[in-house]
Design a protein around this ligand. Structure first.
Ligand code: SF4
Length: 300
């Protein structure tokens, strides 16, 4: 197991707020770094970068001592603190063993004094998010964290990666999760959220990789395609084309649609309209339930 130090943004204990496992108790690790930027989220004209307002770029980081003091940004990626270089100093570092221990500590509570995944007839999920958790360092570190839990005989039976679906899986990751499934009966769930040009301002050549997502099915039979939509005609039409590409490449996972908006107020602008249209088209509807429950905060 590696004793290398890895950067991560936060560790927290909450529910899953989006998609198929909404409401399920989950331990979270947010890795640092992402290969995209998604500056178009929340912008009036997501396809015109020259018009963007990007508050994270203006923020004076020296005023903040910890990550959870930061505001939630309404424009651009809501997790820019997990990849923008200016926030690197607020991020944390640790070896896989140290990070695994911190995740366990964050699960400690009156009903779970030892911070276990499996306690009181409950099976807490583990979710690796980001940034982008399937970049090389995220694949390496997360597999080593899982090996720590294997040695401690308290392996989570459900593991989710929330990915933008652009990163190829490495041999170490493929081998580990084949064993996780076949030997331990665990479920790897890949929650793939491809980013649209008309919503996130990311060009398809960087953000849409159906052949990469199709290759995930070698090791993962259970996953979802989760799209953020801002309700414009352009976004629905781009969505149709992108889904067709994924289906053409054999990705048959269910579609979840989530209204754009990093904050409760931001989501309210289009949530009911997007939900109605998604429902009429036969898609599953998701929302950031954690923001409705606990407000506009980091670490929930
Ligand atoms: S892929 Fe996710 S973390 Fe990365 S920039 Fe886009 S929204 Fe942010």
């Amino acid at each position: 197991m590696s004793d290398k130090n890895y950067y991560y943004s936060e560790i927290f204990n909450s529910i899953q707020g989006e998609g198929q496992y909404t409401g399920v108790p989950t331990a979270w690790l947010r890795f640092f770094l992402c290969n995209l930027q998604c500056n178009g989220f929340g912008q009036k004209e997501p396809t015109k970068p020259e018009t963007y307002e990007l508050p994270y770029q203006e923020l004076d980081v020296s005023q903040y001592k910890t990550m959870d003091e930061l505001p939630v940004f309404e424009f651009g990626c809501d997790s820019s603190y997990s990849w923008a270089k200016k926030f690197k100093g607020l991020n944390n570092q640790g070896t896989p063993k140290e990070i695994a221990d911190k995740i366990r500590q964050c699960m400690v509570g009156p009903w779970n004094p030892q911070g276990k995944f499996n306690f009181n007839n409950s099976e807490r999920h583990m979710c690796f998010t980001g940034g982008e958790p399937l970049m090389k360092h995220g694949q390496e570190c997360s597999v080593d964290i899982m090996k720590v839990y294997e040695e401690e005989r308290d392996l989570p039976k459900f593991v989710t990666y929330e990915t933008n679906g652009t990163q190829k899986l490495h041999d170490k990751f493929l081998q580990y999760y084949a064993e996780y499934r076949d030997v331990w009966g665990g479920e790897l769930f890949l929650s793939v959220s491809p980013k649209l040009w008309s919503v996130a301002g990311e060009e398809a050549k960087r953000a849409i990789k159906p052949e990469v997502v199709a290759s995930y099915q070698k090791v993962c039979h259970n996953g979802q395609l989760k799209f953020v939509i801002n309700g414009t005609d352009e976004s629905w039409s781009e969505l149709d084309n992108v889904i067709a590409e994924f289906r053409y490449h054999g990705v048959d996972w269910p579609i979840w649609i989530m209204p754009a908006g990093a904050t409760v107020e931001g989501q309210k602008i289009c949530d009911a309209d997007v939900a109605t249209e998604a429902f009429n088209r036969g898609y599953n509807v998701s929302a950031r339930v954690h923001t409705y429950l606990w407000g506009n905060k980091i670490g929930v």
